[in-house]
Every structure is written in C-alpha cells, then in structure tokens.
Design a protein around this ligand. Structure first.
Ligand SMILES: NC(=O)c1ccc[n+]([C@@H]2O[C@H](COP(=O)([O-])OP(=O)(O)OC[C@H]3O[C@@H](n4cnc5c(N)ncnc54)[C@H](OP(=O)(O)O)[C@@H]3O)[C@@H](O)[C@H]2O)c1
Length: 257
C-alpha cells in the first residue's frame, strides 16, 4: 500500500527511542525526510546512526526539551528553512511518573501537565503555520490509553493528558476544510525503554507477567512497531478523512467505548 508519504517533511519529537523511533523508521521507509528531537544527544546520535545503517537514510537531529516551546519552534522553523516545508508533526515525549493521585502534590501535577499537555500544544502551535502553508499536513500526538480507560496507578498520565484529546477535537474545527488532520495515538503497555528499564531479572518473563496482571486479551505487551504502524497510517495520505480521533493500540485491554 502506498501511504503517500514520499517527499513529505516530518518532525518527530521523542524520536530517539521507543514508539517515536519506530514511527521515524516507518516514515523513512516511506520516503519522508525526518528530523528527530530529544534531550539526550547520545541517544539521538545512536538512533540516527542505526537508521543510516539499516535504512540507508540520513535523519536530522536536534537536542531539545519539548517543554521549551521556543526551542521547539526554532527546530520546526529551521527544518522548514532547510527542506522547504514541514508537513508532518509527531508530538511525542516522556510520560509522567506512576502512582495514585495521593502520591503527588500540586507541583507534581504541574510538572505532569507541563510535560504531558502544554508541551504538546506548544509544539503543535509552532508547527501549524508551516502545515497550513504547505496545504497538506498531519499532526499526531502520542498520549496513552489511560485517557480512554483509567488505570488507577497511572493517575498523572490520565489527568495530564486528557486535555490532548479535547485539544485535538477542538483544533479540527479551527483547521476546517483542507488536508490538515490531527489525531491522538493512545498506546497501551509497549516494550520500550519506558516500560522495560524498570524491570529486573528475566525481562521477557516480566512483560508476560505485566500482560497477565493488566488482563490484556492478546496476552502480551505491544512491540513499538505495532503501535507505530497505527500512528503511521494516521500520518498517511490514506488517512485523509480521519481527524479528531483517539486511536487506542492496547491489545484490547481498555474497556472504554
Ligand atoms: N511504553 C509504554 O508502555 C507506554 C504506554 C502508554 C503510553 N506511553 C507513552 O508513549 C510515549 C512514548 O514513550 P515510549 O514508550 O516510546 O518511551 P521511550 O522509549 O522512553 O521514548 C521516549 C522518547 O521521548 C524523549 N523524551 C522524553 N522526555 C522528553 C522531553 N521532555 N523532551 C523531548 N523529548 C523527550 C526520549 O528521549 P530523551 O530521554 O533523550 O529526551 C525518547 O526519545 C510517552 O509519552 C509514554 O508515556 C508509553
């Protein structure tokens, strides 16, 4: 299937690892020009070198913290100046710490909202004029299945990110007619650094235990590529009439409609 992404220009924050890296690889395979950003220069360089070795393509890299909206804006502007346009925005970063509501005070909530909601909105706002100027644009905000189906031990995730779905839905109406869409990707348990780094011993066995405890009908956690595949479709020309949606990819775990 031709996804119609050849020649498009994409910026992927959190593109050095996990779901963001898997989406980046998809976009590169489809012929898009991609720039990735994250806080750690070494992680970015490793991702860039692996993509060059595996796919024979050069991705751009930018060291930044997505909470710094000025830095995000400069990155998007520079990418547009270098490549003539920006068409695709993947707004992805880290998640807040796990814990029930009482585990955090007001500062913990502020931090979570700053990273989990405001940083994404700032990034999208910075990129939007470029997408509209290009006349073809795709925005994908990576959130979590917790915005569809609460997981009590991930209180901050649901609370801080729920606004992203409201933002995307509201933005759809402001974008109006044309070929610029905005969607939210809501992953469930996925075998990335975010999930695996906290595990001890037999990591494979631990992910099976997580899947059992979470009662995931497919009986396992996701591979990042499986989450990315849904996201990449939403970024494609094929998804031209899909906008304002929340796409859950969780092996059937969530029960919310
Ligand atoms: N894995 C799961 O089970 C799961 C489930 C539900 C939702 N999610 C969500 O999916 C998103 C992606 O997670 P992942 O699993 O792919 O994690 P990951 O493998 O740890 O990747 C996170 C990426 O985001 C970057 N990043 C983190 N904080 C950032 C910041 N403040 N500014 C810019 N870049 C930042 C990281 O690079 P640096 O650290 O170098 O900045 C890295 O490239 C997260 O929001 C996560 O909460 C994951």
């Amino acid at each position: 299937m031709d996804l119609g992404l050849n020649g498009k220009v994409a910026v992927v924050s959190g593109g050095s690892s996990g779901i963001g890296l898997a989406i980046t690889r998809d976009l590169v395979r489809e012929g898009a020009t991609v720039s990735i950003a994250g806080r750690d220069a070494g992680r970015l360089a490793k991702a860039r070198d692996e993509i060059a070795a595996d796919l024979g393509a050069e991705v751009g890299t930018r060291v930044l913290d997505l909470r710094d909206t000025g830095a995000a804006r400069a990155w998007v502007d520079d990418t547009a100046a270098e490549h003539g346009a920006v068409n695709i925005v993947v707004s992805n970063a880290g998640g807040p710490p796990a814990g029930p509501t009482g585990a955090f005070g007001p500062d913990g909530y502020r931090d979570a909202v700053d990273l989990g909601m405001i940083s994404h909105i700032g990034f999208v706002q910075a990129a939007l004029p470029h997408l509209q100027r290009a006349g073809w644009g795709r925005i994908l905000i990576v959130a979590s299945e917790t915005i569809r189906d609460i997981i009590p031990k991930y209180a901050l995730s649901a609370i801080a990110r729920s606004g992203l779905a409201a933002y995307a839905k509201t933005l759809v109406h402001e974008l109006g007619p044309g070929d610029v869409t905005v969607n939210v990707l809501a992953p469930g348990y996925t075998a990335t650094d975010a999930l695996l780094s906290g595990l001890d011993g037999d990591v494979e066995a631990e992910t099976v235990r997580i899947a059992e405890q979470a009662d995931i009908p497919l009986g396992r956690v996701a591979r990042p590529e499986e989450v990315a595949a849904a996201g990449t479709f939403l970024l494609s020309a094929r998804a031209s009439f899909v906008t304002g949606t929340v796409q859950v990819v969780d092996g059937g775990r969530s029960l919310g409609m």
